[in-house]
Design a protein around this ligand. Structure first.
Ligand code: PGA
Length: 259
């Protein structure tokens, strides 16, 4: 696991964009894994800017989302398919084509069947060359909440109270409006990506980042499974890095390998 520590959220996004452009330019398989939440938004802004300058395009790429709510109004702007359309799809964004954006079908008659189908689709088109990830304050990635199997595949689940509280800012600050269920890539599915890029910013992520990078691998902190990934890059700001022990080592190694 490589850890990059930067002074500001903006510098984290710059580093994430640089990393993503390099990895995708060299990718054998043109498939990107995308995430929602607030954290990746500055990265998506940089991807759009690079596309506008003619330096980057997802025109030839497929994109697979990490997760989706179950039972959300298809027109709701917070439906993750709609969020990702707004951020990435179209020539005025990153060049990604709508038919090449895959999201779990949270409104399928049987979301569990849709979850299996989604996992199969990732296998069919995969491996995902680079999976972008955020992290929850409780250490979740995707909607893999504490207590989850470390090898699970795409599945349906219920959201924890904490995650619904964290997300209610997108739903008129009303927890009752936050969907109670989700379909999410499982930890085993995420681990199949050739590379993963996790971004975390802000002091409320400091505990999760400490457990992700330096804790024991444990279902209590689902993101910690990424310690077992051969190519994981974790980019954090100072606030999110505040509880890490080996920061001098991470900084020195980052400088040595990113001249
Ligand atoms: P956030 O969410 O980027 O909105 O903090 C991250 C996550 O829950 O994965």
């Amino acid at each position: 696991m490589e850890v990059g520590i930067f002074a500001t959220e903006s510098e984290v996004a710059d580093a994430a964009a640089e990393h993503l452009f390099a990895v995708l330019a060299a990718a054998d398989n043109k498939v990107l894994g995308v995430a929602t939440g607030s954290t990746p938004l500055p990265l998506y802004q940089r991807m759009r800017a690079a596309h506008a300058e003619g330096k980057f395009s997802l025109e030839d790429f497929k994109a697979f989302a990490l997760d989706e709510y179950v039972g959300i109004d298809p027109e709701h702007p917070e439906r993750y398919r709609n969020v990702l359309r707004t951020e990435l799809v179209g020539d005025d964004k990153t060049g990604l084509k709508d038919e090449n954006l895959f999201t779990p079908e949270g409104n399928a008659p049987d979301p569990a069947v849709a979850a299996d189908e989604y996992d199969a689709k990732i296998k069919e088109h995969g491996p995902i060359a680079l999976q972008i990830l955020g992290i929850g304050a409780d250490g979740h990635i995707g909607f893999n909440e504490p207590g989850i199997s470390l090898v699970c595949r795409t599945h349906t689940d219920v959201l924890t109270e904490q995650t619904r509280k964290d997300n209610m800012r997108f739903f008129d600050n009303d927890i009752e409006k936050v969907p109670a269920g989700c379909v999410t890539q499982g930890l085993g599915t995420i681990m199949d990506a050739t590379e993963v890029l996790l971004i975390a910013t802000g002091a409320n992520k400091a505990d999760a980042v400490k457990e992700l990078v330096e804790g024991g691998v444990s279902a209590l902190w689902p993101a910690s499974i990424l310690q077992m990934h051969p190519k994981a890059t974790v980019l954090v700001d100072e606030a999110a890095a505040a509880k890490l022990k080996l920061t001098d080592f991470y900084r020195g190694r980052w400088e040595a390998t990113h001249k």
